[in-house]
Design a protein around this ligand. Structure first.
Ligand code: HEC
Ligand code: HEC
Ligand code: HEC
Ligand code: HEC
Ligand code: HEC
Length: 210
């Protein structure tokens, strides 16, 4: 009988095959891992991928089932749109982790609660709303991809309005309806529409003041 030797055939790290340029055929994970492009988790692959429902239990002698090859279950069918989810979590539902049943749960990396975040207290409660600020231009909606997809991005901190229409640690919320006179300072956002572009242009050293 052949025995598998962990010392002769040292298992590789997940990241050797699934991050960076990876290896052919292995799906690359770009976000929500310890080497994420934008969204970096403090926990590593195995913490989440050893969760129940995420792996195939090794029920053969010395791993004679599929387990010895790759003990992980196919969790995402990337060939469908929106992607099919066979894992225990549908990670296209951002809100489930960021203001829902898995928020703060350590076995899923203790996802932060966005409604009490110190970076931005979010009033959004629907996953469909995340597209506005956390999606780049490569996909139509985050609903079509899962949370490892490269299209997820950090929101811009130049978006003054998105934060300041809510109270920010003692600085009261700005009521946009009281700033109507500013709305046509810049009309790229449309006539009578108050946007970040309506703030006065920054004075740079090349600006000639008259
Ligand atoms: C915060 C928990 C978590 C971390 C950390 C994590 N994963 Fe995942 N991963 C998941 C979940 C949950 C799914 C299922 C996604 C779905 O179906 O929506 C998944 C899906 C996948 C898939 C399926 C294909 C794809 O692109 O989604 C691969 C491959 C994968 N993970 C590899 C990794 C690797 C490698 C790492 C570390 C570099 C990692 N994961 C880190 C939870 C995690
Ligand atoms: C030696 C390279 C290699 C290593 C190391 C590796 N993988 Fe994979 N992984 C692959 C390949 C190749 C596939 C695609 C296999 C297939 O589609 O049949 C795959 C598939 C997967 C899938 C299923 C993707 C899907 O479609 O749902 C998950 C989840 C996954 N790997 C996670 C991990 C995790 C977590 C680790 C570390 C514990 C890991 N892999 C280590 C090469 C590797
Ligand atoms: C399986 C749970 C899970 C799901 C689903 C999930 N996240 Fe996360 N997310 C995390 C974890 C864990 C972290 C990192 C927390 C840490 O390590 O501090 C994180 C962090 C983030 C961050 C903060 C990154 C930073 O460094 O400031 C953003 C933005 C984010 N996620 C957006 C999303 C979006 C958008 C979706 C839906 C496409 C989503 N997340 C779905 C678990 C999840
Ligand atoms: C109107 C814009 C906007 C919308 C909509 C939005 N966010 Fe954010 N989000 C932000 C900003 C701005 C930050 C702070 C960015 C930073 O500091 O890097 C942020 C930060 C986060 C963080 C990190 C919080 C922390 O404390 O680490 C997560 C997670 C997150 N958003 C998830 C989501 C999810 C999930 C949705 C959809 C329910 C969503 N966001 C909708 C603008 C938005
Ligand atoms: C990610 C959310 C976020 C964004 C984006 C943001 N702010 Fe703030 N802002 C805050 C928070 C939180 C505070 C409270 C700071 C504290 O507690 O020290 C604050 C405080 C302020 C203050 C009062 C304190 C001071 O430094 O005078 C002003 C003025 C301000 N912001 C203007 C802006 C402008 C202008 C922009 C756009 C360029 C902007 N903010 C973008 C979250 C944000």
């Amino acid at each position: 009988m052949n025995t598998y030797s962990m010392t002769t055939y040292v298992p590789q790290n997940c990241t050797n095959c699934h991050t960076g340029s990876g290896i052919p055929d292995a799906p690359i994970v770009s976000e929500h891992n310890q080497f994420g492009q934008d969204v970096i988790t403090s926990v590593n692959c195995t913490l989440c991928h050893s969760n129940s429902g995420m792996y195939l239990s090794n029920n053969g002698t010395n791993g004679t089932t599929t387990a010895i090859v790759h003990y992980l279950k196919d969790v995402t069918n990337l060939g469908t749109s929106p992607v099919g989810h066979n894992g225990t979590i549908n990670t296209s539902n951002c809100i489930d982790c960021h203001n829902g049943p898995y928020t703060g749960v350590s076995s899923w990396g203790a996802p932060v609660n966005i409604s009490t975040s110190t970076k931005r207290t979010h009033i959004e409660t629907q996953t469909g709303q995340c597209d506005l600020c956390h999606k780049d231009g490569t996909v139509q909606s985050l609903a079509l991809v899962d949370f490892h997809n490269a299209s997820i991005k950090l929101a811009s901190t130049n978006d003054c309005i998105s934060c300041h229409t809510q109270d920010q640690r003692g600085y009261p919320a700005i009521n946009l309806t009281l700033f109507t006179r500013h709305s046509n300072v810049n009309t790229t956002g449309g006539q009578n529409n108050l946007t970040n572009d309506d703030s006065p242009p920054a004075i740079t050293t090349s600006t000639t003041l008259k």
